[in-house]
Design a protein around this ligand. Structure first.
Ligand code: NAD
Length: 697
């Protein structure tokens, strides 16, 4: 028997123990041992019933992700074969669920005849999150043991339910009191004593109240609305319907067919790409995983504005005591007030306990004295975006901070090396580029300066994970990964307006394609003055940089977006809903007339291609220059920081899906069009297209 599974018999009860850390992934180490143990227990006349379990903390997390896309994942026996062997057992089989049973782990438990769970156990079928459905009988067994509507909800959201709820629904037969294994063995003995045999879920009937057709029509409607863009939830509904209307074996066959379809959908592939991409970002080729890290017990944040406040919330929400430092009492009070208000809003929505809010607030130490940062292990600066202000702050921090403290800047555009250069410890300086609102957005660009020490980088990446962000390494360049790309996207959105589109047409096309927000509405949210300032700087720094001046015309009128109640759109007081504005139409029309631009009808497809390929082409330069470590890191930046639709997998993954030769052909076409000179195809894109390769290798 494999080492990962042990087998013993006590008082006529076989105990099958799974031991494949960290989560008892049902990989090639575990499956043969489980199969063998089931057979052994069934064949041994001295065994009257069997219990399968992992530990009090883990039952099983499902498929072993380390074996995904490897031949090992297909080595027999498969989970489905194991489930059949469970069904075939002539003796009662009890699952003892500790910690969690997820995905294939819950399917294993569902193919047992009875289930005992630890009180804190969590149960879920989260396959939908990877664009799949529970493919080993989960869609057929769950609706047979709990109410169909609840089964559909669990499978289409993928969210876990606690053991107590499982008990109420009938999924769990008993909640363990005391030791889990003892309870399960006692439960098995009771079954034997009462003469109870196997109770196979496959033999139960899944029922809905009333006409199944009407019931599922309504469910389908509801799920379709909630899952726009994703095929898996509707396939799950179809499988649940099969569980109600077909015999088990036919339902299983249908489930297998639908699973095979989902495995091939671009949406599912995109979600799985995202899942693995997230696990890649902390892998840095020249910084091995065992690089020693510095201890972060205390933090300080300089500046209590929009970003400083959000960063402080992220830190204290993860239990890191943080000193927040401002220049003036008024600014400090305002900053703390905003933090309090944000936490209170989350409490009132029921998403945070009052005690947790109180604890978080108690971890914040406000101060007007920079010296208060002297015992911090990391100091994150979030002051005004001006090089002189940043350098002045870093000079002072250099004099104050304790040796070994990490000095981080939240700059969005400035050169981290120039900031580091004013200190005597450039090796301790790094960029931590949070996204607004910093307490919510998951992306954290970690900017590696020329002299940033490896342990400083490793520590910052680890801290990023600890505060539940997705840290992505970026080299130093203007805008880093995300904003450097977004500049090209914004540039195209303006050229599209020049050429005849309305703001709402550009935004509508982008949103219909899946972006959380269109580029112009996004500008209104960020503040049009910010882009205007950057363009003014560009006109001087890079006089050849092409921009439509139409955005300047909007900003010149004091239309800075949501904060002034008007930008590309109008906003009613207190509302963020963009309303088309005839005045904007007039400004655009005047601009076109003034510059003599010939307008034309532009299709939604062209709008999307120009916006997205502008991102892709710049990203190819970024990859080639080594600013990003890998294509999937760029995808993560866009998925977690810029509202890119997860089912498209990120700009690089999307370009791979379209096919790079096709992307290149479109770029060549745009090159012949309006402001075509901005479309210089990146050499890496040209090379990969020619070689028939992909960005995500
Ligand atoms: P903000 O104007 O809201 O806040 C800056 C705060 O810093 C102000 O409260 C100011 O009083 C304080 N401050 C200035 N100099 C100080 C000093 N010497 N000591 C202590 N406090 C000082 O600005 P923000 O939007 O929070 O931006 C801060 C930084 O974050 C900038 O570098 C910006 O580029 C960057 N950033 C901003 C965003 C965003 O969306 N707002 C996103 C990412 C990064």
């Amino acid at each position: 028997m494999s080492e990962a599974v042990s087998y013993s018999v006590r008082d006529g009860i076989a105990v099958i123990s799974m031991n494949n850390p960290p989560v008892n992934g049902l990989g090639s180490k575990l499956r043969p041992g489980i199969m063998e143990s089931l057979k052994k227990a069934d064949a041994d006349p001295a065994v009257k019933a069997a219990v399968i379990w992992g530990s009090p903390k883990v039952f099983s997390g499902g498929a072993d992700i380390r074996e995904f896309n490897t031949p090992k994942s297909h080595e027999p026996p498969g989970l489905a074969q194991i489930n059949e062997a469970q069904d075939d057992m002539k003796k009662p089989l009890v699952a003892a669920i500790g910690g969690f049973a997820m995905g294939g782990g819950l399917e294993l438990a569902l193919a047992c005849h009875y289930r005992v769970a630890a009180p804190r156990a969590q149960l879920a079928l989260p396959e939908v999150k990877l664009g799949l459905l529970p493919g080993s009988g989960g869609t057929q067994r769950l609706p047979r043991i709990i109410p169909v509507a609840k089964a559909v909800e669990m499978m289409t959201t993928g969210n876990p339910i606690p053991a107590e709820e499982g008990k109420k629904l009938g999924l769990i037969d008993e909640i363990a009191t005391g030791d889990l294994l003892e309870s399960a063995v006692a439960y098995a003995k009771k079954l034997v004593a009462e003469g109870k045999g196997p109770r196979r879920i496959r033999d139960l009937t899944a029922k809905v109240e009333g006409d199944p057709k009407a019931f599922f029509a309504q469910v389908r409607d509801q799920v379709a609305k909630a899952s726009r863009g994703y095929p898996a939830p509707l396939e799950i509904v179809a499988c649940a319907e099969a569980a109600v209307t077909k015999p088990f074996d036919e339902g299983r066959k249908f489930e297998r067919e639908r699973f095979a379809v989902l495995i091939e959908t671009p949406e599912g592939k995109a979600l799985r790409h995202m899942f693995f991409a997230e696990r890649q970002t902390t892998k840095i080729p020249d910084v091995p995983e065992d690089t020693p890290t510095r201890e972060i017990k205390k933090a300080a944040v300089i500046g209590a504005g929009t970003m400083g406040g959000g960063i402080t919330m992220s830190l204290v929400s993860s239990g890191i005591p943080t000193t927040i430092i401002e220049m003036k009492q008024e600014a400090l009070d305002r900053g703390l007030g905003t933090i309090k208000k944000n936490y209170a809003a989350t409490v009132s929505k029921g998403r945070l306990k009052q005690e947790a809010m109180d604890k978080n607030m108690s971890l914040i130490t406000p101060s007007l004295d920079l010296n208060a940062a002297k015992d911090a292990d990391i100091i994150i600066e979030a002051v005004f975006e001006r090089m002189d202000v940043k350098q002045d702050t870093f000079r002072k921090l250099d004099a104050i901070a304790k040796p070994g403290a990490i000095l981080a800047s939240n700059t969005s555009t400035l050169d981290v090396d120039q900031i580091a250069a004013v200190t005597k410890r450039p090796q301790d300086v790094i960029g931590t580029h949070f996204f607004s609102p910093a307490n919510v957005m998951r992306l954290l660009e970690v900017v590696r300066g020329k002299q940033t020490a490896k342990d400083v980088l490793a520590t910052t990446m680890k801290l990023g994970k600890a505060i539940r962000k997705v840290p992505v390494v970026s080299g130093v360049c203007d805008g880093f990964i995300g904003n450097r790309m977004i500049e090209k996207y914004g540039q195209q959105s303006l050229f599209l307006i020049d050429e005849g589109c309305s703001p709402q047409q550009v935004d509508g096309a982008a949103q219909k394609w899946g972006m959380a927000m269109g580029p112009l509405a996004m500008g209104d949210m960020a503040g049009l003055d910010i882009g205007w300032e950057i363009r003014k700087r560009r006109y001087v720094e890079r006089p050849n940089f092409k921009y439509s001046k139409v955005a300047d015309k909007i900003a010149e009128r004091g239309r800075f977006g949501q904060k002034t109640g008007k930008g590309w759109y109008l906003y009613e007081p207190g509302s963020r809903k963009p309303i088309p504005d005839p005045e904007v139409e007039q400004i655009i029309a005047d601009y076109r007339k003034e510059t003599g631009i010939k307008t034309r009808q532009i299709s939604d497809d062209e709008i999307v291609e120009r916006l997205i390929y502008a991102l892709v082409n710049e990203a190819a330069y970024i990859l080639e220059e080594g600013i990003a470590l890998r294509a999937s890191d760029i995808d993560m930046v866009y998925l977690t920081g810029y509202g890119f639709p997860p089912y498209r997998g990120g700009p690089m993954f999307y370009a791979d899906t379209v096919g790079l030769p096709k992307v290149l052909a479109s770029i060549e076409k745009f090159r012949q069009g309006y402001m075509g000179e901005v479309w210089k195809p990146a050499p890496l894109l040209v090379k990969l297209a020619k070689e028939g390769k992909k960005f995500n290798g």
